[in-house]
Ligand binder design. Structure first.
Ligand code: HEC
Length: 152
């Protein structure tokens, strides 16, 4: 005996409003479209966006000025940390690849906005939070400038 196959051979019948398959089709279509977005979001959380300036990067003048006025007291105008406070706190050299090994766009933004306080190799290190003075966009631009001190 032949089983009844109500949708066999009827092409797009399964997409019809009355079709019992319709909710599944809609759901799976949604999942298919959303998965790359969701996967991307999950990745951003665990690994973050690599921090590196685009080829031919040239900082805006106002970012250089901002760096020199707000960040250079510790990190130095050239990012090497050869400043009084830099030496006192044992601030590392931003022109070295090692400095940026674990710093993503997100982490760098968070650290600068929220500040940092820790003891490393017996030295007290502190960066005050800039969240009340700088926007996240300014911080991102400053960090891009900072990572540009490291030349491959
Ligand atoms: C009072 C001193 C001080 C000032 C001013 C300062 N920093 Fe820092 N910053 C530190 C210290 C200390 C660290 C951690 C130790 C190190 O860099 O070796 C640090 C770390 C960082 C890092 C690495 C973040 C991470 O997650 O590892 C970035 C990026 C950074 N600073 C950017 C900036 C920017 C941008 C400014 C200006 C808006 C700024 N800093 C101003 C002291 C300072």
């Amino acid at each position: 005996m032949l089983k009844k196959r109500p949708y066999a051979g009827k092409g797009l019948t399964m997409f019809r409003r009355s079709s019992p398959f319709r909710p599944f089709l809609v759901l799976s279509l949604f999942a298919l479209l959303a998965s790359p977005v969701l996967r991307h979001a999950a990745q951003a959380e665990t690994t973050g966006t690599p921090l590196s300036p685009p080829a031919g990067y040239k900082p805006e003048k106002k970012i250089v000025r901002l760096w020199n006025s707000k960040c250079a007291t510790c990190h130095g105008e050239d990012g090497r940390g050869h400043t009084e406070q830099g030496k006192e706190m044992g601030i590392d050299d931003m022109t070295k690849a090692a400095y940026w090994k674990d710093v993503t766009v997100e982490r760098g933004r968070k650290t600068v906005l929220e500040g940092l306080k820790r003891t490393l190799n017996g030295k007290e290190q502190e960066m005050k939070p800039f969240g009340d003075r700088l926007t996240p966009q300014q911080v991102d631009a400053l960090n891009l400038y900072a990572v540009s001190f490291f030349k491959k």
